[in-house]
Design a protein around this ligand. Structure first.
Ligand code: HEM
Length: 156
């Protein structure tokens, strides 16, 4: 198999895995299990960072894709996918920053001396987190469509 196709197949599997952790993390916090939510979301964040690192290595080792042989529809799907990933990175970064601050409050800690979490911080974190998870979901679906078009070209 072509090295670029193998790389993007592994990247799509990584994204499926991180979606699994994120979806499970959302279910945990909805059941009041904040510590489990934190662990799953931090695992999802680590998988995003692993992808970003692997992508910089892929760019250096294998270069960019040749979009001149892609159909217009495939290029637009790629652009939509990139927008989703960009949104996921920004809103996920915000959710992470606010989540790390919440971890020092009674939202996570049982210590009665820890400060109470402010409702606006809880709300802001939840909102940023929901945008990140939605963008990641759309990013994953569009990644599958982009990958399918790559396989289509490779097999034709
Ligand atoms: C780093 C440690 C984290 C802690 C301590 C934490 C804590 C919390 C808490 C206490 C809530 C409930 C908020 C409320 O009551 O309204 C919450 C909700 C949420 N968090 Fe986190 N979080 C963390 C990381 C993350 C990350 C990295 C993401 C996503 C990128 C995320 C996504 C969400 C989402 C989507 C919700 C809303 C779930 C819903 O209401 O359906 N969290 N988090």
């Amino acid at each position: 198999m072509d090295a670029k196709l193998a790389y993007w197949t592994a990247a799509a599997l990584n994204m499926a895995l991180l979606m699994g952790f994120a979806a499970s993390g959302v279910r945990r916090v909805q059941n009041g299990q904040v510590a489990r939510h934190r662990r799953r979301m931090l695992t999802a964040v680590a998988l995003v960072l692993a992808f970003v690192l692997s992508y910089t290595i892929k760019l250096a080792a294998l270069g960019r894709e040749d979009l001149s042989v892609w159909s217009d529809a495939a290029v637009w799907t790629l652009r939509f996918h990139e927008l989703c990933v960009f949104t996921m990175l920004i809103s996920g970064g915000l959710a992470l920053r606010r989540g790390l601050a919440l971890a020092r409050t009674q939202a996570l800690m049982e210590d009665p001396d820890a400060p109470q979490a402010l409702p606006k911080d809880l709300k802001g974190h939840g909102r940023a987190g929901k945008v990140a998870v939605l963008a990641a979901g759309l990013g994953f679906l569009s990644a599958c469509a982009v990958l399918a078009s790559m396989y289509g070209r490779a097999l034709s």
